[in-house]
Write a new protein. Structure first.
Length: 276
């Protein structure tokens, strides 16, 4: 059985992303591993080893009790969305968030990670702070990043950004799998800047290779890549934006901008980050 990892801090943002995890689990016939990670606070050591151990034990017990109390609320979310039958495991781990995620991905042979991108304990920093590289490039599985304002609806249109590199084809084939699960269409976008290297012949080769797939190609001449993508999301009614990890720095800039400037539609679009 496939496995979806869902790291949570039990915030509203995380609970919202949980619905996406459940929906994808349903389509993938996967189980969901609910992961809560906590870290122990720094405590100065001044010869009171026993007292420090007691403090840590108290903290860990408190975290466990809180974790246990939150599980029924997740089950209710599943039941309210008619997905109460989805198999779930619950993991409580102490340590650094990114390190633990990488560890669990490896140990549990995770197929996909679904995360909320803001929240009480700093999911925004996870993606846009010093841990961005770790979260996006070192977690060697596809990551569905669900912004705070995203609301799950029928997935009809998935955007995929490309520069028509050979490496992009693997990513597009991966997106096709997701699209077919949801009976969705893929809108493949290439922004033709002055440095664009794709030839008409190359673009036509792509069209022919994917002509029997639910893929439509759009080549838009513009040097403002970010704004072109934003407009594309709007005009094509995109439900999920997908891109591969070679755009990691651009992904960071793109998503941060949509959050800070409160772009009404774009901040509601989940991003599926694919690995080359």
């Amino acid at each position: 059985m496939k496995k979806i990892l869902f790291p949570t801090d039990f915030s509203e943002t995380a609970n919202n992303a949980f619905i996406y995890a459940l929906k994808f689990a349903n389509k993938l016939q996967a189980e969901v591993l609910v992961l809560h990670v906590y870290d122990l606070p720094p405590i100065s050591y001044e010869g009171h080893a026993t007292a420090i151990v007691e403090v840590f034990e108290t903290i860990e017990l408190d975290k466990f009790e809180n974790f246990k109390d939150q599980i029924p609320s997740l089950r209710k979310i599943a039941e309210d969305n008619d997905l109460g039958y989805i198999k779930m495991q619950h993991l409580l781990k102490q340590g650094d968030l990114i390190h633990v995620i990488k560890e669990v991905v490896k140990e549990e042979e995770i197929d996909m990670v679904v995360m909320g991108t803001t929240g009480a304990t700093g999911w925004q920093e996870t993606f846009f702070g010093s841990n961005t590289g770790s979260a996006i490039t070192n977690v060697s599985k596809n990551i569905l990043s669900v912004p705070n304002d995203a609301k799950f609806d029928i997935i009809r249109n998935i955007a995929f950004t490309t520069r028509f590199r050979e490496q992009d084809k693997e990513g597009l084939y991966e997106v096709i799998k997701f699209a077919k699960m949801f009976n969705a269409k893929i809108k493949c976008l290439a922004v033709k800047t002055k440095n664009f290297e794709g030839t008409e012949e190359l673009i036509e080769q792509w069209r022919q290779e994917f002509e029997k797939q639910p893929v439509e190609f759009f080549v838009v001449p513009d040097d403002d890549v970010k704004q072109t993508i934003f407009d594309f999301l709007d005009n094509q009614h995109i439900d999920i934006l997908s891109m591969v990890t070679y755009k990691r720095s651009f992904f960071e800039e793109l998503f941060r901008q949509s959050l800070t400037q409160k772009l009404s539609y774009h901040s509601k679009t989940p991003i599926l980050v694919l690995h080359e």
